[in-house]
Design a protein around this ligand. Structure first.
Ligand code: GDP
Length: 448
């Protein structure tokens, strides 16, 4: 996309959701934002004070709507540029008319997805990790996701990496001093010793953050639960029961049983994604084999695998599916309503439920919530919420260890510190290649 050509265009977009609503918010950012207000509403209000104005089409003189006008002169605005915000009635035609008029103002064009945030980044209002936090805040579906995203948008990770960088720069200064004073062995060794001390502390601190059981990432992506089991044990029925609970956020349309079907749940504020995959059994056809492959792949990465067995089958015939997974596993016996009649095999399971009568479902939800809470925890200091952060921090950590592992050649060791500092700088995006920026901002929607 590469829209961040530091273009001088003034951009505008509907920043509230598209469609019918009480109020629609249109933002205009750039050099012409003030002129836009003048043209549409005759004069600019005082900075940061909302005023009710008639918004008029300058070409026809026709009234577009009455709306609130806000004026944020740069750099004290979200983007750091001059910014106008127009709040009009949220009818589709009202927003459309306003956008049409804005499109005719010279130097103004519709914003690309994420372009407002991109400008805020370019103008130093936020760093890359805060931009990601804002995107997560917009996407947050549960309470714990909201809290985590808010912390990140507020700059928790940014401030931490800046502090680490400052410490690293101190160590780099000491190493530089050692290079400059290499003739005076005592001075040089003393300086290197101090640098090592700082790097060791830094390494420990970063190491402890890396060692966080991926809590932040699990929270951001949702705690992944996979239902695994032979066909007809009742996996889709279980998923349907879960989807009908008031905790379900979104229930996907059921496709064929060979597709992965997901239900996103909000369990006590934790995002939990339960998926039903193709049944595990001897595959006969190619499609089925592909379905099995997906089941196993998903189970492999799952945080919790629920192995479902049919309680109506006699204990002798019970087939507890075996799946490899790095996550926890529980065995669930379904069709508890049929157990009495056929002898049953409920002894094999950790939990007994009936998708048909609803027996045990509340208990099932409780167990899933318990495991999810244990794995995401409430560790206050979690700052890594994406693979991008983790890989840069891990790389930084490795360079620090490389520095500590070497004993000779101060110049080479200085290079390790420089590379470690670059890795930290990539988290805030100060030294990122363009494609990383495109990746981050391209995922925003228009108007953000
Ligand atoms: P899947 O292939 O594992 O997804 O199994 P389904 O959910 O399609 O269920 C297979 C059959 O078992 C269907 O006829 C369901 O109505 C039935 N079934 C599922 N759960 C229960 C249950 O708890 N009790 C009873 N009696 N039947 C069930």
């Amino acid at each position: 996309m590469a829209f961040h050509s530091t273009s001088n265009d003034t951009i505008f977009a509907l920043s509230s959701a598209a469609g019918r609503a009480g109020v629609a918010v249109v933002r205009v950012s750039g050099d012409r934002a003030g002129d836009v207000i003048d043209v549409l509403s005759a004069r600019r209000p005082k900075a940061r004070v909302a005023v009710l104005r008639k918004l008029v089409d300058p070409q026809t003189g026709g009234l577009i709507d009455h709306g609130l006008v806000l004026w944020f002169p740069g750099p004290a605005s979200f983007t750091g540029e001059d910014l106008a915000e127009l709040q009009v009635h949220g009818g589709r035609a009202v927003a459309a008319a306003l956008l049409r008029v804005l499109g005719r103002v010279e130097g103004c064009r519709l914003a690309e997805p994420g372009e407002f945030s991109m400008r805020a980044f370019e103008n130093g209002k936020i760093d890359l990790s805060q931009a990601e936090g804002l995107a997560d805040l917009i996407d947050a579906e549960t309470e714990t996701q909201r809290v985590q995203a808010l912390r990140q948008a507020g700059g928790v990770l940014f401030r931490l990496t800046e502090r680490w960088r400052a410490k690293l720069i101190e160590a780099m200064g000491l190493v530089e001093a050692a290079i400059d004073f290499s003739d005076e062995v005592d001075v040089a060794e003393g300086a290197v010793g101090q640098a090592e001390e700082r790097v060791r502390e830094l390494g420990d601190e970063i190491g402890s953050h890396l060692n966080d059981d991926h809590r932040g990432e699990i929270l951001r992506d949702g705690f992944q639960v996979v239902l695994a089991g032979a066909p007809n044990v009742g996996k889709s029925s279980l998923l349907n029961v879960l989807a009908r609970r008031d905790v379900a956020i979104v229930s996907s349309e059921a496709g064929t049983t060979r597709d992965v079907i997901e239900v996103r749940l909000d369990l006590e504020g934790l995002p939990v994604v339960v998926s039903d995959t193709a049944g595990l059994r001897e595959a006969s056809g190619d499609v089925e084999r592909e379905g099995m492959r997906r089941t196993l792949a998903r189970a492999q990465d799952a945080d919790l695998v629920i192995r479902v067995v049919d309680g109506s089958e006699g204990a002798a015939g019970v087939d507890i599916p075996s799946v490899g997974s790095s996550g926890e596993q529980i065995v669930l016996v379904n069709k508890s309503d049929l157990i009495g009649e056929a002898g049953g095999n409920d002894a094999v399971g950790d939990i007994r439920v009936s998708a048909k009568t609803g027996e045990g479902i509340a208990e099932l939800i409780k167990i899933v919530a318990l495991v999810a809470r244990r794995k995401t925890g409430t560790r206050e200091d979690t700052v890594i919420t994406r693979l991008r952060h983790r890989s840069q921090l891990a790389s930084c950590h490795q360079y620090l260890l490389a520095f500590l592992g070497k004993t000779s050649d101060v110049e080479l060791r200085a290079e390790d510190l420089r590379l470690a500092s670059d890795a930290l700088g990539r988290i805030s995006g100060r030294i990122d290649p363009e494609d990383v920026l495109d990746e981050v901002f391209g995922r925003f929607c228009i108007g953000k």
